[in-house]
Ligand binder design. Structure first.
Ligand SMILES: *[C@@H]1O[C@H](CO)[C@@H](O)[C@H](O)[C@H]1NC(C)=O
Ligand SMILES: *[C@@H]1O[C@H](CO)[C@@H](O)[C@H](O)[C@H]1NC(C)=O
Ligand SMILES: *[C@@H]1O[C@H](CO)[C@@H](O)[C@H](O)[C@H]1NC(C)=O
Ligand SMILES: *[C@@H]1O[C@H](CO)[C@@H](O)[C@H](O)[C@H]1NC(C)=O
Ligand SMILES: *[C@@H]1O[C@H](CO)[C@@H](O)[C@H](O)[C@H]1NC(C)=O
Length: 571
């Protein structure tokens, strides 16, 4: 077996234009490496233009995947002596896990080639496929590699991956309320200052179910009186896709009104563009994309301020962001993403590789928070399901924390205007940390929806937070928007403050959260017991006492989370 390093050069040599003749020579026997038919809704239409460029991403098999899993479990397990002993990118290299940037990496190769060369290299034929909404992709349903390379390559994309670019999990609202009638600069003067007044936390006074304010959220989840102690050593980040990016003037308006002490952040937070990516040519002008980016930043800053904040703006796909982030030496300790797609639109090899990347971020001590989807058991959006529920990804990856949505107060219940994304993965087995909680739940529901979901799969969401008519400012307008899009940054921001307390006490941050959530922290949430994950023309899964496939363990209670964060790992 050649060393991975030499092998990389072998692959690169194969990719060089003058080596492209290989597939037609008889020296290399080809065999199909992956087959994944276009999912429902996609129609093969025409052949692509021969010279259209495809930006191929090739993932080489990781050598020490089992070792990585072992480390990831140990550093995230509160009962393990190694808990909290995260590894830096450099230390990971020492374990043979290479996360260097694309150009120099040994486990990811990125190369731009014209379609006809890719077709020859992979002995395949690409087609333009059209989705029901008119969008198109250049894809194929199977591709091949010389047999001797099969053991070295995990995946090559774009080939069979039909996931539509991830969707922002925000639900557009038609209830746009003008922020003000005259000039925007008058905002503070002309509108009552929402953040003023006593710090008294009276939920029935602060919380309006038609307009969930920042103050309400801070009161409800108990962070209102907490003063961050080490903001310069603690950071929260949010990720935006489709080339969407926050509008600083929106963030400024929002903070001015709802968290005036934080207003400067609007003009200073870093927005990092995942550089040199072919898909990322322009900032998205889609108002839904903008609302998503604005909402994520406003809620994350609004709750976690003065904790440091940053945003990424990324192109079309999850791989690109992951490869970029894995190569960075320094990362925020909490990262929230409110974008996702249905799991079945990706081939297994791709979700597996992405989930491995998230695991690696767990080893680095990063808490990854993802929205669970806005169509209950149907996935990210309402669509016909046939005889099967549709889990969403990345929520279905067992190495991240998935957040469902609630509405109402005293008590909070699962959202009902849409289904809080929930279900069971078909790609990932149920991880050990959740077996007890989920089996208890499955026993409770008996044979409800039997055959429509995978009882042995990773179950989600893990937790929940408000996701109904949340007040934001976008495109200069104050609106109330719904979606698990709100839930994820709210939850992430609460965790960022728990990390603040940990760092201030000289202790490591929480890192990959789930073993802690399903263990020491399982009682640190306000259980949600009403509602269900409506979708696929069914009521979906019902909320229940304890963990359930609608709201997980429930919504955060800051004081109890702090207690749970200090009751474990004395090291
Ligand atoms: C390429 O695939 C076709 C079938 O699509 C097959 O007939 C042919 O033998 C393959 N070529 C190689 C070099 O394996
Ligand atoms: C914050 O402290 C004030 C005064 O001690 C108290 O009235 C209020 O309820 C507290 N708020 C929260 C969210 O605990
Ligand atoms: C909370 O607010 C409600 C409605 O304004 C009021 O009726 C109630 O007395 C308040 N409770 C406290 C403890 O101040
Ligand atoms: C995209 O948005 C960022 C941040 O607002 C801005 O700095 C940049 O110039 C924009 N790029 C384009 C191509 O419009
Ligand atoms: C159910 O999930 C397991 C992983 O836990 C997977 O191996 C299996 O293929 C899934 N079944 C279906 C029908 O997708």
């Amino acid at each position: 077996m050649p060393s991975m390093h030499l092998f990389t050069f072998g692959i690169l040599a194969l990719l060089l234009p003058n080596a492209i003749a290989a597939p037609t020579s008889n020296t290399a026997a080809y065999a199909v490496k992956e087959r994944h038919d276009a999912p429902q809704g996609w129609t093969k239409i025409t052949s692509p233009v021969e010279y259209q460029t495809i930006s191929l991403q090739i993932a080489l098999k990781q050598q020490n995947s089992d070792a990585l899993t072992k480390i990831a479990l140990e550093v995230s397990d509160p009962s393990h002596p190694r808990y909290g002993q995260y590894l830096s990118a450099k230390q990971l290299l020492g374990h043979g896990i290479d996360t260097a940037a694309l150009s120099s990496t040994r486990d990811w190769i990125n190369v731009d080639l014209p379609v006809h060369k890719v077709e020859s290299l992979l002995n395949t034929t690409y087609f333009n496929y059209r989705y029901t909404d008119g969008s198109t992709l250049v894809r194929t349903s199977e591709w091949s590699l010389p047999v001797y390379l099969h053991g070295y390559v995990d995946l090559i994309q774009p080939t069979t991956s039909f996931f539509r670019t991830p969707r922002p999990l925000i639900r557009p609202t038609h209830e746009h309320v003008p922020m003000r009638r005259h000039q925007r600069e008058d905002l503070l003067e002309t509108m009552p200052n929402d953040a003023s007044g006593s710090s008294a936390c009276n939920i029935s006074k602060l919380c309006d179910p038609t307009e969930t304010s920042l103050r309400c959220l801070r009161c409800l989840y108990g962070t209102m009186n907490y003063t961050a102690q080490v903001p310069e050593r603690n950071m929260i980040g949010v990720t935006s896709y489709h080339g969407s990016v926050q509008r600083r003037s929106d963030i400024r308006q929002y903070l001015k009104k709802f968290r005036p002490e934080a207003v400067e952040v609007a003009d200073t937070f870093p927005i990092v563009f995942t550089a040199d990516v072919p898909h990322h040519q322009k900032n998205s002008t889609d108002p839904t994309d903008l609302a998503e980016a604005d909402m994520d930043a406003e809620l994350a800053i609004g709750i976690s301020w003065p904790t440091s904040f940053m945003a990424w703006s990324t192109g079309e796909d999850f791989i690109e962001w992951m490869v970029y982030v894995l190569a960075q030496d320094s990362l925020p300790q909490v990262i929230s993403t409110s974008w996702g797609a249905n799991e079945h639109t990706w081939p297994l090899a791709t979700t597996t590789r992405l989930c491995d990347g998230y695991k690696e971020l767990g080893v680095r001590g990063v808490s990854l928070i993802f929205a669970s989807g806005d169509a209950g058991v149907a996935g990210v959006r309402d669509e016909s399901c046939g005889s099967e529920f549709h889990p969403t990804f990345p929520a279905s990856c067992p190495w991240i924390t998935a957040v469902g949505a609630t509405k109402g107060f005293e008590p909070e219940v699962a959202v009902s205007a849409y289904g809080s994304g929930a279900g069971f993965s078909n790609h990932f087995a149920m991880p050990k940390y959740q077996v007890d909680a989920v089996h208890g739940y499955l026993e409770g529901i008996g044979d409800m929806h039997a055959g429509m979901y995978n009882r042995s799969g990773r179950a989600y969401p893990d937790v929940a937070a408000q996701g109904a008519l949340t007040t934001i400012v976008t495109s200069g307008i104050k609106t109330s928007n719904s979606g698990t899009s709100a839930s994820a940054p709210i939850f992430a921001a609460v965790i960022a403050l728990v990390n603040d307390a940990r760092i201030a006490a000289g202790k490591p941050v929480l890192g990959f959260l789930n073993p802690w959530i399903y263990g020491a922290a399982s009682a640190a949430f306000t259980d949600v017991e009403d509602g269900s994950s409506v979708g696929c023309d069914t009521d979906g899964f019902p909320a229940a006492d304890g963990w359930d496939a609608v709201t997980g363990f429930g919504t955060p209670n800051f004081d109890r989370l702090i207690e749970a964060a200090f009751s474990v790992f004395e090291t």
